[in-house]
Design a binder for this molecule. Structure first.
Ligand SMILES: [Zn+2]
Length: 196
């Protein structure tokens, strides 16, 4: 992505506004007055964040998260207002039954996906643990059902198996891949530069 972000700073002395394009941000190019620390740090943080290159798989992940989150959350909205035929494991259920039974896992995955999509679109670094969590939920859920002896419904086996495979892969991708590490390190630097 070669989107360049322009950061504008207005000089407190001469009122000249200038576009800041590279680090470090120091003083007004017109009159040489140093920018106030808060404004300088905010501009530097914005510049650093805009220079972070989002890895390709995260761009795809952002699209899939917003789609998946949107679909899951709208299913819950439909269930809540009592629209549509709801089936859970081949069984007809009412909206409230659906929410009660699918809510804890599917609902939390839907919310997480939506939050991840927003976070990735804003280059927020807290998306990293959330992307692990979204795969961990079905794994933990499946293991709990195995442990309590009712893994039951066959339809749950496929998402469970996919998540069991995807969980370690996402850990490796998010915490071991060089370009991904660089991306999150850059975001961390932006967060640390931002004025408190
Ligand atoms: Zn000035």
């Amino acid at each position: 992505m070669f989107l360049r972000m322009a950061v504008f700073l207005v000089c407190p002395k001469c009122d000249e506004s200038s576009v800041v394009e590279r680090l470090p941000v120091e003083a007004c190019p017109e009159c040489g007055t140093p920018y106030p620390t808060q404004a300088r740090l905010a501009a530097e943080a914005a510049l650093i964040r805009s220079q972070a290159t989002k890895p390709g798989l995260l761009v795809v992940g952002q699209m899939l998260s917003s789609m998946g989150g949107g679909i899951l959350l709208s299913v819950f909205v439909l269930a809540a207002i009592g629209r549509g035929q709801l089936t859970l494991f081949g069984e007809q259920v009412t909206g409230m039954e659906f929410i009660g039974r699918a809510g804890p896992t599917l609902g939390s995955i839907g919310i997480l996906l939506a939050v991840i999509a927003v976070g990735l679109s804003r280059n927020a670094r807290w998306t990293r643990p959330l992307m692990i969590a979204v795969w961990a939920i079905p794994v933990v859920n499946g293991l709990l059902r195995l442990a309590t002896g009712h893994f039951g419904e066959g339809t749950l086996i496929i998402p469970f198996v996919i998540s069991v495979i995807a969980l370690p892969m996402s850990v490796v991708y998010l915490y071991r891949r060089e370009n991904v590490i660089r991306y999150f390190d850059t975001l961390k630097r932006a967060d640390e530069t931002k004025p408190a």
